[in-house]
Design a protein around this ligand. Structure first.
Ligand code: MN
Length: 424
């Protein structure tokens, strides 16, 4: 049987070459249909969602001895079954969708129940977020921010090249694409003011990131090898780490971001599996100095994954591209972030979400936040119709896309979109 990643595979469902969801992808999500039935797990294929609860009920997915893992409003139960089951299930789904397999293709009643037009379903948060940690692992991003606030000579803090820097964020405010984002309120103290005031954020920003979805736990007190860390990664989502720059600037000393990041984090509705991204693995930048031994990795742990950010200004109908970059630039890999996270003895849980940190590249058009794009508001960008932006205004929508380009197909994530609504 061919591997589910085989580029020659075709589904009986027609899939446009520009679709994010060919048979080589098969990302997992949680959806509900118009009949208001309960949210359940599905897989995106072309313009359809494949209802895995229906397939499981028909006995077409060998998940024994597990029971009803897909008739649930989150992926957590399935993820908890581990990498061997993830792989076996993906192979079974791939086989059922192949153009040369009559089992589902020729069973019209079953097809009618199991394949729903994607436009007719509502997508939900795909997994129960156990914990959310956000990193700061793009050297270009950290350097840009450092130059802005500390000058060229002290851009990178002395610890940055020695470990993936991060902070513990809020799991409670991770939302699925399409959820409106209310402008946060907080303490503001611009350098010109003597005392702080409380009010709506004036410097609302996005951060282009990828999120790692942890599918297996680690034990309290135990460190992880590279192979163990890799095996715990179920998949990836696109992630927007919305950020209130003015709140952040006043609050972040000495413990780092707090309320500036706590109000919302948006993720894509589809979790693309680590296995589906396998053909797009690529070595990351050379790490100098060589990391301490607990952080060393032997395998290529980055991904050649194109990223695009569009900004649809309030009142406009089209999103204009304001950033095009690639996940491959990340200095610290997701595997290193996970090894570092567990290195103290910190236990990881099924459903943990690790944000990569803002993904910027070496070029100006590759900057993954408005803070960098507008250089802290000093160089506003001009959009169609003469509209200028330094930061996000009420009614603005941000749309992120990400995909790995194969030969004649792409493995993508769908959009992550969010619209800013007024603070009150
Ligand atoms: Mn971030």
């Amino acid at each position: 049987m061919p591997h589910p990643n085989d580029p020659s595979l075709r589904s009986f469902i027609p899939v446009d070459p520009s679709s994010d969801f060919p048979i080589q992808n098969l990302p997992y999500g949680v959806f509900s249909a118009a009949d208001s039935s309960k949210p359940r797990v599905g897989v995106a294929i072309g313009e359809f969602v494949l209802d895995l609860a229906v397939l499981e009920d028909e006995g077409l997915l060998d998940l024994s001895p597990a029971y009803e893992v897909f008739a649930q409003p989150s992926l957590n139960a399935f993820m908890a079954l581990g990498p061997a089951v993830w792989s076996r299930t993906r192979a079974a789904i791939s086989a059922l969708l192949r153009e040369d397999n009559p089992r589902l293709r020729d069973d019209k009643p079953l097809r009618g129940r199991a394949l729903l037009p994607r436009q007719d379903v509502t997508l939900h948060l795909p997994f129960r977020v156990a914990g959310y940690t956000d990193f700061y692992s793009s050297k270009e991003h950290a350097t840009n921010v450092g130059v802005m606030f500390r000058g060229k000579d002290n851009a990178l803090q002395p610890n940055w090249l020695h470990m993936p820097i991060g902070y513990n964020g809020r799991a409670s405010t991770v939302v699925v694409s399409g959820t409106n984002v209310r402008r946060p309120r907080g303490q503001l103290k611009p350098p010109s003011a003597d005392v702080p005031s409380f009010g709506p954020c004036k410097r609302l920003d996005f951060e282009l990131e990828m999120g790692v979805v942890i599918g297996q736990p680690s034990r309290l007190g135990e460190m992880l090898t590279e192979a163990q860390a890799e095996a715990m990664i179920f998949g990836f989502v696109l992630l927007n780490d919305w950020s209130a720059r003015d709140i952040q600037q006043w609050e972040y000393v000495p413990l780092g971001p707090f309320q500036a990041k706590a109000f919302a984090t948006s993720i894509s509705p589809w979790v693309v599996t680590r296995e589906a991204l396998e053909p797009f693995r690529i070595a990351g930048p050379v790490q100098d100095p060589v990391p301490l031994s607990y952080l060393q990795q032997k395998n290529a742990q980055n991904y050649d994954l194109a990223l695009d950010v569009g900004l649809r200004a309030a009142g406009s109908n089209n999103a204009q591209s304001i950033c095009r970059t690639n996940f491959k630039y990340m200095y610290w890999s997701s595997v290193q972030q996970l090894m570092h996270h567990a290195s103290s003895g910190c236990a990881m849980s099924v459903g943990d979400l690790l944000g990569s940190g803002t993904i910027s590249g070496p070029e100006k058009h590759q900057r993954g936040s408005l803070l960098e794009i507008s250089w802290n508001g000093t160089e506003p960008i001009e959009l169609d119709g003469g509209v200028k932006r330094s930061f996000l205004e009420d009614g603005d929508s941000l749309v992120m896309r990400g995909w790995c380009q194969g030969n004649g197909y792409r493995v993508g994530f769908g959009d992550v979109e969010g619209t800013i609504v007024a603070a009150d």
